[in-house]
Design a protein around this ligand. Structure first.
Ligand code: PMP
Length: 365
C-alpha cells in the first residue's frame, strides 16, 4: 500500500454515493442465525456429493468461458416453474438482486422512475440509485396490505416506468392477491415486476402471478433459489416473462455473467428440487407456530405468508435485538419503528429464540 492513506472523501465518488454505506445485515458468527430468511436446512450428503461432482465437471472446462445463454439452467428453471414456460421466457442471474438490476438497467435509468409500496424490501432504493432511476414509494395501508384503488391512483399520478409489488412482502410477510395485482397491471404504463422471492412459502393453492403472464406482456415475475430452495450460497435468481423482456435483459447483462460453477451447481440443485424443498411444509408450519407463540406472549404480530414473522412493538427494539444476540440468537432490526423480524429456523433454533425472548420480556416486567 502507499504511505499516504486515501479515504473515500479524497476520491471523486459520484455525489449520490457520498455518505452511503454498503448494504447488508450484520453477518455474525453466532449459533442461531434467524436474520436473513434462509432455509435453515443444508443439502443432504447425497445432494452435497452431486453438487461437488457438478463443480468438478465444470472445473474440467475452466479454461473456456461458460455458456453465455445458460441454456441448460434456464431450461431447468422453466420446467421447475411449469405454467407452459420455456427457456425463452426465463432470465437468470447472480441472485434476484442482479435480476432486478438488469430490469432497471433495461427499463429504468435517467428520467425514469420505479414505484414500490412501503414498507418493503430495503434493496429497491439501492437498485434504483445504482441505475440512476428515480425511486418513488407509496405507503401501504395500516395492516401492510395494498389498497387497489389507492395503488391505481398512485400509478396514475406518477406514471412510473417500473412498478414492483413484492408478494409475500419483505419485511411484513403480507401477500398480495390477484384482486390487487390485476388493477395495477391494467393501470401501469410500463413494466410491473411481481417479486415472488418467498412464493413457495404461501399456503398451497394460493396462485402465483405466473398465471397472469399469458395476458400481460409487461408483467415480470421474479423468483430466487435463495429462500425456499435452500440455495442462498449458490447465488441464483431468475425471472419469468415474455420473450421480449428476456431479450432486454440479454442486452444489458455483462457477458458470461453466470459462471460455469454457478450454472453447474444450480442445475444439480434443480435436478434435486424435491429434496431441496423437502422442508418447506415444515417451515410453513413453523411459521404458523411462531405467529401463535408470539401472539400468546401478548405481542402484536403481522399476518405472514413467508418464512419470517414481523413482530413488536418495542419501545427500544435495539435492546431486544441485542438481548437476543447476547443469547446467541441473531434476528433482524428492520421494518417499521419498534418492530423486529425473525426468520423461521429449525425446531431447535426456534426454541432458542423463544427461550431468549421470554427471558427478555420477563426482565422488562
Ligand atoms: N427480493 C426479496 C423480497 C428479498 O427479500 C430478497 C432477499 N432478502 C431478494 C429479493 C434477493 O434475494 P437474492 O438476491 O438472494 O435472490
Amino acid at each position: 500500500m502507499t504511505n499516504r492513506a486515501v479515504g473515500l472523501a479524497d476520491l471523486p465518488l459520484r455525489p449520490e454515493l457520498v455518505g452511503e454505506e454498503p448494504y447488508g445485515a450484520p453477518q455474525l458468527d453466532v449459533p442461531v442465525c434467524l436474520n436473513v430468511n434462509e432455509n435453515p436446512y443444508a443439502p443432504s450428503d447425497r445432494v452435497r456429493a452431486e453438487i461437488a461432482e457438478g463443480a468438478a465437471r465444470a472445473a474440467g472446462g475452466m479454461n473456456r468461458y461458460p455458456d453465455r445463454e445458460a441454456t441448460a439452467l434456464r431450461t431447468r428453471l422453466a420446467a421447475y416453474l411449469g405454467h407452459g414456460l420455456r427457456l425463452e421466457n426465463i432470465w437468470a442471474a447472480n441472485g434476484s438482486n442482479e435480476v432486478m438490476t438488469h430490469l432497471l438497467q433495461a427499463f429504468g435509468g435517467p428520467d425514469r422512475s420505479l414505484l414500490t409500496f412501503a414498507p418493503t424490501y430495503s434493496m429497491y432504493p439501492e437498485y434504483a440509485r445504482n441505475t440512476h432511476t428515480r425511486y418513488l414509494t407509496e405507503p401501504r395501508e395500516a395492516d401492510f396490505t395494498i389498497d387497489p384503488a389507492r395503488a391505481v391512483a398512485a400509478i396514475e399520478q406518477h406514471r412510473p416506468d417500473v412498478v414492483v409489488i413484492t408478494t409475500p412482502n419483505n419485511p411484513t410477510g403480507t401477500a398480495t392477491g390477484f384482486d390487487v395485482l390485476r388493477p395495477i397491471l391494467d393501470a401501469a404504463p410500463g413494466i410491473v415486476v411481481v417479486d415472488e422471492a418467498y412464493q413457495e412459502f404461501v399456503q398451497p393453492g394460493v396462485p402465483s402471478a405466473l398465471e397472469l403472464l399469458p395476458d400481460h406482456p409487461r408483467l415480470v415475475v421474479s423468483r430466487t433459489m435463495s429462500k425456499a430452495f435452500a440455495f442462498a450460497g449458490g447465488r441464483l435468481g431468475y425471472l419469468a416473462a415474455g420473450e421480449a423482456v428476456v431479450d432486454a435483459c440479454r442486452i444489458v447483462r455483462l457477458p458470461y455473467h453466470l459462471s460455469a460453477v454457478t450454472q453447474a451447481v444450480a442445475c444439480v440443485a434443480l435436478d434435486n428440487a424435491d429434496e431441496m424443498m423437502a422442508h418447506v411444509a415444515e417451515l410453513r408450519a413453523g411459521r404458523d407456530d411462531m405467529v401463535d407463540w408470539l401472539t400468546a406472549q401478548g405481542l402484536p404480530v403481522v399476518p405472514t405468508s413467508a418464512n419470517f414473522v414481523l413482530f413488536g412493538a418495542f419501545a427500544d427494539r435495539h435492546a431486544v435485538w441485542a438481548g437476543l444476540l447476547s443469547d446467541g440468537v441473531l434476528i433482524r432490526e428492520t421494518g417499521p419503528a419498534g418492530m423486529l423480524r425473525v426468520s423461521v429456523g429449525t425446531p431447535e433454533e426456534m426454541a432458542a429464540f423463544k427461550t431468549s425472548l421470554r427471558r427478555i420480556l420477563d426482565e422488562e416486567n
